[in-house]
Design a protein around this ligand. Sequence first.
Ligand code: BES
Ligand code: ZN
Length: 461
Amino acid sequence: MVIRKKPLAALLIAASLAVGVPAAFAKEAPAPPAQAQKAFDNKIIKKISADNMYNHIAHLAAEPRVAGTEAEWNAVQYIEARLSSYGYETEIQPFTFENYYAPKVAVTAGGEALSSSSFTYTPNGVVTADLVYAGLGRASDVESMDLTGKIALVQRGEISFGEKVLNAANAGASAVIIFNNEPGGINGTLGEANDNYVPAVALSREDGERLRAGLAEGQTISATVSVTDGRIVQETSHNVVAVKKPTQKKKATDQIIVVGSHHDSVPGAPGANDDASGVAATLELARVMANMPTDTEIRFVTFGAEELGLVGSYEYVDSLSQDERDRIVGMWQMDMVGSRDAGDLVMFTVDGEKNVVTDLSAAAGVRTGTPLTYGQEGRSDHVPFYEAGIPAALFIHNPVEPWYHTPEDTLDKISKEKLQETAEIVGAAVYRIARPDTPALERAKVAPKPVEYEKIVGGIQ
Ligand code: BES
Ligand code: ZN
C-alpha cells in the first residue's frame, strides 16, 4: 500500500468541488457537413491497426508490472522506445513514493499461540509483559490507569485504532492488543506513521473476550506481542511523456490535449486489460497521429503507480505550471479498453457531468457507429486532471470483466474489436480538435451539439 500526501478518500470523492462547467455551449464552431467530418475521421481511423495494439499488449502483459519493480521499468523503456521511434520528443519522468510492507506478527497469551494480524503503520517490536484490560482505550478509560510496561488489551469500537494505540501508549503501555467486536479478524490501519505508537496487533473477538474474562477473574496473564519486518520503503516509478508539437507553426493554438493510460499493474496480475490495453491504444494513436498536420499540442502520457493511488498522474499534474494547466483543454484516459468479457464503452467523469472531452467523443462515437454512454466514476488517472480544473474523462468498458485485478487478466481475453473501437473514437475526437481547420476550443464553451447519446449508466459496481 502506498502513502499519499492526500487521503485516498478525498481524491476519490473529490466530486463535490466541481467546477461550474456550463451544460450548454455558448458558441458552436461551424461544423463541416457530416460527410466531410467522416473523411477527416478516416484519416485517423483507416490507419489504426488492432494488430499493433494486440502486439503491444502481448509484450507488456508477459508479466505483472507492479510500480517500482524492474518489470514496470521494462514497460517504461518499451513505451519510450516505441514513442521515440515514431519521432516524438519523449521524457521519462521519475518520482518516488513510499511503500508500506506489512510486518510478521505473532501473539502468545498464557502460553498459547493465538491467531493475530497487524495494523498498517504499527512499529516493529517484541514485547513480553502482563496483560491489562483497558476497555475501549479511550482517554477516559486509561486516564487513571498505570499501564507502564504492560500490554494493553483493548476492545474495538467508538474511536479509531490509532487513537486507542496513542492513548494506551500515553498511559505507559509497551504494546497494544485490539480485539474485534464482531466475528472474524481485523484488517486495520493506524492511519499514518507516528513516532508515539507502540507495537499494535489484532485478535479475534473470541480470543479477546476469553482473555478479558480471565483478567476479570483475577488471573495474571503474561503475553508476548511480536511485530517484525514491517517497513516503509522509498521506491521509484516513472511516467512516460511524448509531445507532439503543433505542425502548423503560424496557425498554432496554444492549447494542449492529453491522451493517457497507466502502465503499472497490481501484484500477480499481468494486466493485459488493466491497463496494457490503454497503453497500447495510446501508443497506436501516437503512431497514427505522428505525421498528421495539427495546430494543437498533443501529449501522450503513460502513468506509473496508478494502482497505488494515482501516484504518477498526481505527480504529472503537480509538475505542470499554472500556464500549462490553463492550456490543457481536455484529458482522455483509456483504462481497461480491450476486454472481450466486459460491457460497452462508457465515458466516466469524476462529477458525472458532461464536458468537452465527452462531447467530442460522443459525437465521434455517433460518427464511427458506436454510441457511447456516460457515468460517474473516479478510480483512474483522469481524477488529478479533473481536480486541477481540466475537463477529463475515463474511457472503460462497463461492466468490467471478472478477471479485473486477477492473474487471469491475460492476453487471451483481449478483443481486437474492442481495442479498435476505442482507439477510433478517441482518435477521431482528438483529431477533430487538433486538426488545423477546426477552431481552437474555447474551454468548456465550444463543442459539438449533443446528439442522441443520452443514456447514463451508473457507477461501476
Ligand atoms: N482500471 C482501474 C480502474 C477501474 C476499475 C475503474 C474498475 C472502474 C472500474 C484502476 O486501475 C484501479 O484499479 N483503480 C483503483 C483505484 C486507485 C485510486 C488505486 C481501484 O479502483 O481500486
Ligand atoms: Zn487501471
